[in-house]
Write a protein that binds this ligand. Structure first.
Ligand code: GAF
Length: 384
């Protein structure tokens, strides 16, 4: 059964009624621009064909009841739980967080019954959390007839995650999931939230993006993410700038000379050079030179591995094996400490590269990776 039908079936079985509608939101990968979003910088993600679907209908009791195929038991919460961050936890916190963010923004959020099904794997760094937030947000906005232009959705969904769930993430994932467009990568300026849809015609170039799920358990990901963010903010304060976005790559050496420890210097070098790599990638894509972006992807990986120190051995193994098997470029995508790698490959050699990575994992005694080729898909939408 496809994901939309699973959401409907779950709704019928759980609530004995028909949903009023179904809303779908994708996962994402980030082509390039990692840990730049919370530094007011640039990112270039795209939405995936894997989606989370929410079937929903209004509930007169003013409560929110959510069932997910991940869990037998539905979670029920009312306004008092939604108004106090932390009262709802686990996967349902992303739902309660959206209710919280909408209410905090002054909206009269309708009670609702919701059923969630998803093809976005949880814990793989493909933004299953932004997908559920965005699908629930779309459902509640429609069910309540709320006056909330889509341009404001990413910030609201991010607030759900930052302030209700308590994860200090940037705005990239929600932007990709909400604003993604088929056949395009989303060039986002995270300071101004201005976007440009950059044609990313893999098919036309005879190329494919292979996504490799490292299956590495996330090790201390939350604490390390927060530590990287703090370190960037401290460095910006030392340098007297609002955010590391304000350090130009031409001024990098001078900026590094003003920092007194090597670790901070490496963190700053990653962010400043990564911003430039995003701009260079966009320039190449605008010129139709998709294949030539490969070296920038690989340079981004080296920077994450050596300077930002957010990769793990499984991830590095996947990148090295993909490159050795002929990928034009490969890098970890997402927050790090596990998750996925993406590799830019000839469409005809995607299977061979996937097999080479799987072999390398077996030789190193690692759990077999997941592999999938993807094309950029559209963002959140109402299905019916
Ligand atoms: C995670 C976060 F949610 C994003 O905001 C971003 O910082 C990313 O890690 C790293 O680029 O996905």
């Amino acid at each position: 059964m496809n994901v939309a039908d699973r959401a409907t079936a779950g709704f019928r079985q759980r609530y004995g009624a028909e949903p009023a509608g179904r809303w779908a939101a994708p996962g994402r990968v980030n082509l390039i621009g990692e840990h730049t979003d919370y530094n007011d910088g640039f990112v270039l993600p795209f939405a995936l064909p894997l989606r989370t679907v929410v079937a929903a209908a209004p509930a007169r009791d003013g409560h929110w009841t959510v069932w997910s195929e991940l869990d037998d038991e539905p979670v029920d919460f009312g306004p008092a739980d939604a108004d106090e961050p932390g009262r709802v936890d686990g996967w349902a916190a992303y739902v309660a967080g959206v209710v919280w963010a909408l209410r905090a923004d002054g909206h009269d959020v309708p009670g609702a019954r919701l059923a969630v099904a998803s093809d976005v794997p949880v814990g793989s760094g493909l933004s299953s959390s932004a997908a559920i937030e965005s699908a629930v947000l779309a459902a509640l906005v429609d069910l309540g007839g709320l006056d909330l232009p889509t341009g404001r959705w990413p910030r609201l969904a991010q607030r759900a995650e930052n302030d209700y769930v308590g994860a200090p993430t940037g705005i990239m994932d929600q932007s990709a999931v909400i604003r993604g467009r088929a056949g395009h990568a989303l060039f986002l300026d995270c300071r101004t939230e201005e976007v440009e849809q950059i044609p990313f015609d893999l098919d036309g170039a005879g190329l494919a993006v292979l996504v490799i799920d490292s299956r590495a358990p996330h090790r201390h990901a939350d604490g390390e993410y927060a530590a990287r963010r703090k370190s960037c903010e401290r460095a910006a304060a030392t340098l007297g700038v609002t955010a590391l976005r304000d350090v130009d790559v031409a001024d990098l050496d001078a900026a590094l000379a003003r920092l007194d420890d090597d670790e901070t210097r490496r963190r700053v070098r990653h962010v400043v050079t990564e911003n430039q790599r995003v701009l260079d990638t966009v320039a190449l894509l605008r010129a139709g030179r998709v294949r030539d972006t490969g070296p920038l992807l690989t340079a981004s990986h080296a920077s994450m591995r050596d300077d930002f120190e957010i990769t793990v051995p499984e991830i590095d193994t996947a990148v090295e094996a993909a490159l050795a098997a002929g990928a034009y470029g490969a890098r970890m995508t997402g927050g790090g400490f596990g998750g996925c790698v993406l590799a830019l490959v000839d469409a005809g050699s995607a299977d061979a590269v996937a097999a080479a990575v799987t072999d390398a994992y077996a030789r190193n005694g690692l759990t077999a990776p997941g592999t999938l080729t993807v094309l950029p898909a559209g963002g959140v939408t109402r299905l019916d």
